[in-house]
Design a protein around this ligand. Structure first.
Ligand code: NAD
Ligand code: LEU
Length: 365
């Protein structure tokens, strides 16, 4: 991989490669853009096919966080870490503590949290070594697992998408096909069930499916059938890239609104679904509840305040639909425009030097 060429292409600021032989830590911390503030983004632990694949994932995810944080109105830039390893077998205390020391060395340029393959318990270990970690246990005065709050954000964003598609934001009686009923989607299903939506679910984990069937009266389908079921809303809550050439012709849904990151396999798939009249709630906007929640810790965590901010996802999604219609552009482009405009405006407003300049880390800690 030509790292500098790739970094220049998307204007990445910094990539830090961390190694600790004793614990087996191999981590890549990617900082994409700190115009709005310190880079905040989770730590993914995954078995990658190659080092190149791990670098690419870290870089792609870090850029996604720049856009997510900007669109969410946070004073935070974008970053992400990838730890190479199997989260079921390769974790140990020393690994996360070594990782914490590397983060501390960045002196606040990067703040971490959990992502796929890491947990609140892992972040508690990181916290032993650094101030720059969020999503740790409530016992430390922190916000805990971000997933239920991400789910709440997806729920309110789905209501905004329903309003756009059906003229009414009620989800009562709507058929919602949920792909993956893990941490986020379990709580999402609860909100949907409480509002009277009809759930169709799938997961490779049979127990997760069973729980949704028993608790929410969900109908279970095979993993490959979820794209073609008769439904109003398709909610991807497992993997990325599920909106692609194979799945699009199968869709019966009028709305796509889910938690997964990077739902469009390629940007052209966003163009295709727009032309088909499917209302797409851009992934990094609708799933920003988790990062909004952990970011609140930097101010001294207040759940009520965090949830109020998460509710603004409804307005953000509605604004994106307005921009999309006004400028005749797909919704994913409208979201990017909204994020980029905020970053550019703030970049220009920060021209003067201030020796005592404020940032989000000057508060609450
Ligand atoms: N947890 C958060 O706060 C958060 C925040 C933003 C975005 N996201 C994104 O949302 C998605 C879900 O996150 P999560 O924390 O609930 O993860 P999770 O691992 O708890 O849940 C994902 C579920 O998807 C299932 N799954 C995997 N492959 C599947 C397949 N091919 N078909 C059907 N099911 C499959 C898994 O068995 C699991 O139950 C991820 O893409 C994640 O990146 C999560
Ligand atoms: C900071 C974390 C809560 C980030 C989360 N994993 C996301 O993708 O938004």
């Amino acid at each position: 991989m030509e790292l500098f060429k790739y970094m220049e292409m998307y204007d990445y600021e910094q990539v830090v490669v961390c190694q600790d032989k004793q614990s087996g830590l191999k981590a890549i911390i990617a900082i994409h853009d700190t115009t709005l503030g310190p880079a905040l983004g989770g730590t993914r632990m995954w078995t990658y096919e190659s080092e190149e694949a791990a670098f690419e994932d870290a870089l792609r995810l870090a850029k996604g966080m720049t856009y997510k944080n900007a669109a969410a109105g946070l004073n935070l830039g974008g970053g992400k870490t990838v730890i190479i390893g199997d989260p079921r077998k390769d974790k140990n205390e020393a690994m996360f503590r070594a990782f914490g020391r590397f983060i501390q060395g960045l002196n606040g340029r990067y703040i971490t949290a959990e992502d796929v393959g890491t947990t609140v318990e892992d972040m508690d270990l990181v916290y032993q070594e650094t101030d720059f970690v969020t999503g740790i246990s409530p016992a430390f005065g922190s916000s805990g697992n971000p997933s239920p709050v991400t789910a709440y954000g997806v729920y309110v964003g789905m209501k905004a998408a329903a309003k756009e598609a059906f003229g009414d934001d009620s989800l009562e009686g709507k058929r919602v096909a949920v792909q993956g009923v893990g941490n986020v989607a379990y709580t999402l299903c609860r909100h949907l069930h409480e509002e009277g939506a009809k759930l169709i679910v799938t997961d490779i984990n049979k127990q997760a499916v069973q729980r949704a069937v028993e608790e929410f009266g969900a109908e279970a389908v095979n993993t490959e059938d979820i794209y073609r079921v008769d439904c109003d809303i398709y909610s991807p809550c497992a993997l990325g890239a599920t909106v692609n050439d194979e799945t699009i012709p199968q869709f019966k849904a009028k709305v796509i609104a889910g938690a997964a990151n990077n739902q469009l396999k390629e940007t052209r798939h966003g163009d295709i679904i727009q032309e088909m009249g499917i209302v797409y709630a851009p992934d990094y906007v609708i799933n920003s509840g988790g990062v909004i929640n952990v970011a609140d810790e930097l101010l001294g965590y207040n759940r009520e305040r965090a949830l109020k901010k998460v509710e603004t996802i409804y307005d953000s999604i509605s604004t994106i639909f307005e921009i999309s219609k006004r400028d005749q552009i797909p919704t994913y482009v409208a979201a990017d425009r909204m994020a980029e405009e905020r970053i550019e405006t703030m970049r220009k407003s920060r021209k003067q030097f201030l020796s005592n300049g404020m940032n989000i880390l000057s508060r609450g800690r």
